[in-house]
Design a binder for this molecule. Structure first.
Ligand code: SF4
Ligand code: SF4
Length: 72
């Protein structure tokens, strides 16, 4: 399955729970602060996303949206 995530960087508090949850290493922490003063998560390797949604389930800030490719 192919997936894609969108992380709302201004909602992210940089807790890294999503990084720990992702089995394929899609997400990394950015080196630039967001508006709240946190280093936010970023989907650095989107090609590896399976759409499993574990990252979104773990996010306490509800900052991650997950999309899955439709089967044809
Ligand atoms: S949906 Fe799954 S594979 Fe994709 S970034 Fe989140 S945890 Fe990783
Ligand atoms: S789990 Fe949510 S708040 Fe924590 S780093 Fe990931 S996106 Fe940011």
């Amino acid at each position: 399955m192919k997936g894609m995530i969108v992380i709302e960087r201004e909602m992210c508090k940089g807790c890294t729970y999503c990084i720990d949850a992702c089995q394929t290493g899609v997400i990394v922490i950015e080196k630039i602060f967001n508006g709240m003063g946190y280093f936010p998560a970023h989907p650095e390797h989107p090609d590896k996303c399976t759409g499993c949604a574990m990252c979104a389930q773990m996010c306490p800030e509800i900052a991650i949206e997950v999309y899955r490719e439709e089967k044809k």
